[in-house]
Design a protein around this ligand. Structure first.
Ligand SMILES: [Zn+2]
Length: 335
């Protein structure tokens, strides 16, 4: 995570991705349009469905160890239970694999990663010199080796699993939740977590964030679903975006909305809007048809000359069907 801020209801808005990125993608201006958050999170971490969870330990594990055909130590069983079946980054580990003349505790051949547990009987027999030769040979075969102590398994299993995940898939920034580096792209997966928590268009103050930007045409509006706030940039969400734009100076911005099935743009963004339109097969509209004082598009695209594309997704379309075109659009934006 690069930056974050806490909202009125105590939720967190996060900026993630490539800190050098010049393209900013923003999801969920409106709390009742959650699709953007899901699509961004799936893009950043395709395996986010299978979050790391630590399985129960104790008696069950000891019994399981005794029942296994090949005798494993208690710690080996615990680790095995947490890495088997492609649980971490879809990596298939096998246990007790022979490489050259060596038997390795756990191996993922696809990712060329070996995990060894030290402090188990069969390792203690080996000397430091023998270990060195062994590591040299395995490294010469292109393998990376992670070593943990039995104590690590017993006292800090989640740390061990995180280390394995990181090694399989190094994060560009932030914690293990975002694991795939996407160069050139910055993301705010959810700008309005309070609205999302309450399933409202507006934030916790009843403000439509897309009317709260300090544009020249901002005006005090009626207190309905499109209320632009008591003053321009009155909302913490709005100020968070403004700060990010000043600090990171994006050269292109994409925001994700529903439900109109159109590609809308402000400023010099016709070409990229065209590309997006072709990928997702929605028509382009350079003007949404009614004035939008205080809108983000006016603030960035018109008044600051930052090409800004608003993608209005099909609300009826199952989210799984949106993943492919929207992720292709993200790929296209990388500069
Ligand atoms: Zn919207």
């Amino acid at each position: 995570m690069i930056k974050s801020v806490k909202t009125k209801l105590g939720n967190e808005i996060e900026l993630v991705g490539d800190p050098m990125g010049k393209v900013l993608v923003i999801g969920v201006f409106h709390g009742d349009e959650p699709q953007g958050k899901y699509l961004i999170e799936r893009y950043l971490s395709p395996s986010s469905k299978s979050k790391i969870s630590v399985l129960p330990q104790g008696e069950d594990m000891t019994r399981l160890a005794q029942n296994l055909r090949h005798r494993m130590t208690r710690e080996e069983v615990i680790l095995w239970q947490n890495i088997r079946g492609k649980q971490i980054e879809n990596a298939k580990f096998r246990r007790q694999q022979k490489i050259g003349k060596y038997i390795c505790d756990f191996v993922c051949f696809e990712k060329k990663l070996i995990i060894e547990l030290d402090g188990s009987q069969h390792n203690e027999k080996r000397g430091i010199e023998a270990d060195k030769l062994r590591d040299e040979f395995l490294k010469s075969q292109g393998f990376r080796i992670l070593r943990f102590w039995n104590n690590d398994i017993n006292n800090n299993l989640s740390g061990v699993l995180e280390k394995i995940q990181e090694t399989l898939c190094p994060p560009l920034v932030g914690g293990p939740e975002f694991t795939i580096p996407r160069r050139g792209l910055l993301f705010i997966p959810c700008l309005n977590p309070d609205g999302m928590a309450q399933n409202t268009r507006t934030n916790a103050n009843g403000v439509d964030l897309n009317r709260n930007f300090p544009t020249k045409n901002w005006q005090l509006s009626e207190k309905n679903n499109y209320f632009g706030g008591e003053t321009p940039a009155s909302e913490i969400e709005t100020r968070f975006v403004i700060d990010i734009i000043q600090e990171f100076k994006p050269e292109l911005i994409l925001t994700l909305h529903t439900p109109y099935k159109i590609v809308n743009y402000d400023g010099d963004a016709k070409e990229i809007a065209q590309k997006i339109s072709e990928i997702i097969n929605y028509p382009i509209e350079s003007d949404i048809g009614y004035p939008t004082p205080g809108s983000f598009g006016t603030y960035c695209g018109i008044e600051r000359n930052i090409p800004t594309v608003t993608l209005e997704l099909d609300e009826e379309c199952p989210i799984e069907d949106l993943i492919k075109p929207v992720h292709k659009i993200f790929d296209t934006l990388q500069i």
